[in-house]
Design a protein around this ligand. Structure first.
Ligand code: SAM
Ligand code: DTB
Ligand code: SF4
Length: 331
């Protein structure tokens, strides 16, 4: 079991940037396919009116934002987007719902049907529906959902300044239920919420100490949305963002590190630094859940310029297995 302290994490995070990126690159080349970037697609299947008070979120019912609430979409509507996403090259389809926890009954049954059809289309299915019980996690996995996203968002200490309607331990419990059901864990955080450097280190330590570590770590830059308490937050410093990406890569070598929300505000050069620091996945499509994302043509141009290619996660895993075996037998 890992037991990284905040001070251990600081020792990595604060390295001279040249050494930090070099170390992240070493880990990245050993454990990942360095030329590959996984494209994921996101779809909000139930939007807005969420009872939780997450201060960053445009979908919370506690704040008045541009988001128009929608009830749960039916399977056919979601499938139309899933097909478009697959045709655009996405290999993972993530469905998000503005629920505090998964509801029982007809809505859950409908979601299970949707999961099963998307899985049959050959895409990895990831869901993010809020808190869940172990039996719900089992049903989701059996329907074909292989990954569940549930973010810790920030350090344990700062969490209660951002969300008062649930606790860090509630999040931990859902993550444990996801694991018990045999699903992969996608868990990360948001930078730019007014947290200190120590809070970022604390988040990284919490993520790296999860046992087993998350297979997927989304790193979001806050998208400040008018009407939320964080609407006037300053944009997170680009280099500070890169340091977190690199530290995540070093601490969690096998994870896909996903450059998530906030890319519309990042230059090509900053995104490139993130790839150099070990990020190896992006969300594709002009919308995240409710806020904008770069156009898919812009992303193709960038990946083409960088000589990076869209990979399927199975490819990444087998490349990773071969390299680790080779390095072990050479040692
Ligand atoms: N309701 C579920 C939950 O909170 O677990 C799932 C959907 S929620 C929108 C998924 C994640 O999106 C959050 O955990 C948060 O990390 C991220 N997110 C939400 N609003 C954001 C914003 N304005 N900027 C950056 N990330 C955001
Ligand atoms: C994650 O960490 N980021 C994605 C995904 N997991 C579900 C969501 C970002 C949402 C950004 C705000 C919005 O578009 O509503
Ligand atoms: Fe609801 Fe999730 Fe938004 Fe929090 S982050 S308000 S739980 S949709």
């Amino acid at each position: 079991m890992n037991s990284h302290t905040v001070e251990d994490v600081r020792a990595i995070h604060d390295l001279p940037i040249t050494t930090l990126i070099f170390r992240a690159q070493e880990v990245h080349h050993l454990h990942q396919d360095p030329s590959g970037v996984q494209a994921c697609a996101l779809k909000s299947i139930k939007t807005g009116s969420c009872p939780e008070d997450c201060k960053y979120c445009p979908q919370s019912a506690h704040y008045e934002t541009f988001v128009a609430s929608e009830t749960l979409l039916d399977t056919e509507t979601i499938l139309r987007d899933a097909r478009l996403a697959r045709d655009a090259g996405a290999t993972r389809f993530c469905m998000g719902a503005a629920w505090s926890k998964i509801p029982e009954g007809a809505q859950f049954e409908s979601v299970l049907d949707t999961v099963s059809v998307v899985n049959d289309m050959g895409m990895e299915v990831c869901c993010t529906f809020g808190m869940l019980e172990e039996n719900q996690a089992v049903r989701l996995r059996e329907a074909g959902c292989s990954v569940y996203n549930h973010n810790l968002d920030t350090s344990r200490e700062f969490y209660s300044e951002i969300i008062t309607t649930r606790s860090y331990d509630d999040r931990m419990e859902t993550l444990s239920n996801v694991r018990k059901a045999g699903m992969e864990v996608c868990c990360g955080g948001i930078l730019g919420m007014g947290e200190s450097k120590k809070d970022r280190l604390g988040l990284l330590a919490e993520l790296a100490n999860l046992n087993p570590q998350p297979e997927s770590v989304p790193i979001n830059a806050l998208v400040p949305v008018e009407g939320t308490p964080l609407e006037n937050n300053e944009k997170v410093d680009g280099i500070a963002f890169v340091r977190v990406v690199a530290t995540a890569r070093i601490l969690m070598p096998k994870a896909m590190v996903r450059l998530s929300a906030g890319r519309t505000d990042m230059s090509e050069e900053l995104q490139t630094l993130c790839f150099l620091a070990g990020a190896n996945s992006i969300f594709l499509g002009d919308k995240l859940l409710t806020t904008p994302n770069p156009d898919k043509d812009e992303d193709s141009v960038l990946l083409e310029k960088l000589g990076l290619r869209n990979i399927h996660p199975d490819e990444a895993r087998s490349a990773q297995g071969r390299k680790v075996e080779a390095s072990v037998s050479a040692a």
